[in-house]
Design a protein around this ligand. Structure first.
Ligand code: C2O
Ligand code: CU
Ligand code: CU
Length: 469
């Protein structure tokens, strides 16, 4: 077995890392139950031949480790903050107790530099998630603080290889130095796009994987800004020797019916699990691309190596649905949320969690003041155990991936397009679109509710919902 790059091996060093399990070459290692993350600054070669200084990661050695845990099993991790500034860690999509949710002031005090905080929880659902800071979020994510989090199913679905793909851009110049993380005029529109696209901090990585193997690609879009469609393209299209791929889950929730891995629209915060059957012919490739106005951009390539192991997508066990409570629509109360422009020239308050100094956006005409000590008013109060329909109305010309912490909700309908009844924690609300989603308010606490274009979040498009115990 060949083909794991030196860089992947480096990424896979350190006792706490779970390297992508590549055909048994790098054995899958579970994140230690009593592990630690050390939030650190580091220099790293992102753009080949250059060194990017002052990057941030969850470990001092390189990109964020893939965190692996098991559905229904307790997990804990000590987060040791060595960033030189305050931080928190949020576990995006996990339905865990509020005190572990990692939102400054709302659920915990920021972890100051040199201090540590122990997060302990039991993930109730399986799937592909991610983790990121929630304090000075724009800068810390821009510098690299995003990682993929995997909650493994109790029952092994039968893949040969499990490959998490942390998809994101960086804003770098040609020498690999950071340029300004955002431009205010963009923050007031669609957001500021990156200049260098990466997968697991690598520009266009090439993965050699066993020919004919079944690979679980876990796409996590952890970018600050970019909304785009993704495709998997075989270099032997239509040939039985080529690869084939199906989307099996979106935002951690299995699809009732797998769909072709084409035109997968993903916004910041969203994920897709893809079952890829590698080409049978040695050397044949499948390429992950992202659509752009000038044509597809290659992000990563998977190349068949060795004699075919001859697996077939039909051999995979279907993923079991997560135990989401079905909302009682007949008795649900409807709550309205308007995502719009900011009403006045409200300035955000200063905070140790950073402020961009501008307010451009609001929810229900209230702009989030920034991450400041409370008491703060919720946008809505829900009763524990009751069902709610959230009517999400976007009055703007921009896309807003709307994310709710601590809950999974079901898409009901849109006034713009057919929406399948999918479960998610982050719904892409397109320009001028109104969407209705439903949930059971089954997790008590104050839950952040915001746009996941971080420039929008940090310039007003944020708030929280309270679930009263
Ligand atoms: Cu991905 Cu409030 O978070
Ligand atoms: Cu979240
Ligand atoms: Cu937005």
């Amino acid at each position: 077995m060949t083909g794991i790059s030196r860089r992947e091996l480096l990424v896979g060093t350190g006792a706490l890392l779970a390297a992508p399990a590549v055909g048994g070459f790098a054995a899958r290692r579970a994140f230690a139950a009593d592990g630690a993350l050390k939030l650190s600054r580091l220099s790293h070669e992102v753009l080949p031949g250059t060194l990017t200084r002052d990057m941030m990661s969850f470990i001092p050695e390189g990109p964020a480790p893939v965190l692996r845990m098991r559905q229904g099993r307790p997990f804990s991790v000590d987060v040791d903050n060595r960033l030189g500034e305050a931080a928190t860690v949020h576990w995006h999509g996990l339905r865990i107790p509020n005190a572990m949710d990692g939102v400054p002031y709302l659920t915990q005090n920021p972890i100051e530099d040199g201090k540590s905080f122990r997060y302990s929880f039991t993930p109730p659902d399986a799937g592909t998630y991610w983790y990121h800071p929630h304090c000075n979020t724009l800068e810390q994510i821009a510098r690299g603080l995003t990682g993929v989090l995997v909650v493994e199913e109790d029952e092994d679905p039968g893949f040969d290889v499990d490959l998490p793909l942390n998809i994101r851009d960086f804003r770098l110049d040609g020498k690999g130095s950071f340029i300004e993380f955002y431009k205010p005029r963009n923050a007031a529109r669609g957001g500021t796009l990156g200049t260098v696209s990466t997968v697991n901090w690598q520009v266009e990585p090439l993965h050699d994987l066993p020919a004919g193997a079944l690979v679980r690609l876990r796409l996590a879009v952890t970018d600050l800004t970019r909304v785009a469609s993704y495709d998997l393209a075989s270099d032997l299209p239509g040939s039985p020797e080529g690869g084939s791929a199906r989307v099996i889950a979106l935002d951690s929730n299995p699809l009732p019916m797998a769909r072709p891995a084409r035109d997968i629209l993903l916004a910041p915060g969203q994920r897709a699990d893809i079952a890829l059957r590698m080409p049978a012919r040695e050397g044949a490739t499948v390429t992950l691309t992202r659509s752009s106005p000038t044509g597809p951009v290659a992000l990563a390539t998977f190349r068949a190596s060795g004699a075919s192991v001859n697996r077939s997508l039909a051999e995979l066990k279907p993923l079991r649905p997560n135990p989401n409570a079905e909302p009682d629509l007949a008795n649900a109360e409807t709550l309205d949320f308007l995502f719009g422009w900011t009403p006045s020239g409200d300035a955000p308050q200063r905070s140790i969690c950073g402020s961009l100094g501008y307010t451009f956006w609001s929810i229900n005409r209230v702009a989030w003041k920034g991450d400041v000590p409370g008491p703060l008013d919720p946008l809505a109060v829900m009763k524990h155990g009751r069902s709610y329909i959230l009517r999400l109305r976007n009055e703007t010309q921009n896309d807003h991936p709307i994310h709710l912490h601590g809950h999974t909700f079901k898409l009901l309908r849109s006034d713009k397009r057919p929406v399948p009844p999918l479960w998610t924690d982050t719904a892409l609300l397109q320009a001028q679109e109104t969407m209705e989603v439903a949930l059971v308010a089954d997790n008590p606490g104050d839950w952040a509710f915001h746009c996941h274009v971080i420039e929008h979040q940090k310039t007003g498009l944020a708030g929280f919902l309270r679930v009263e115990a």
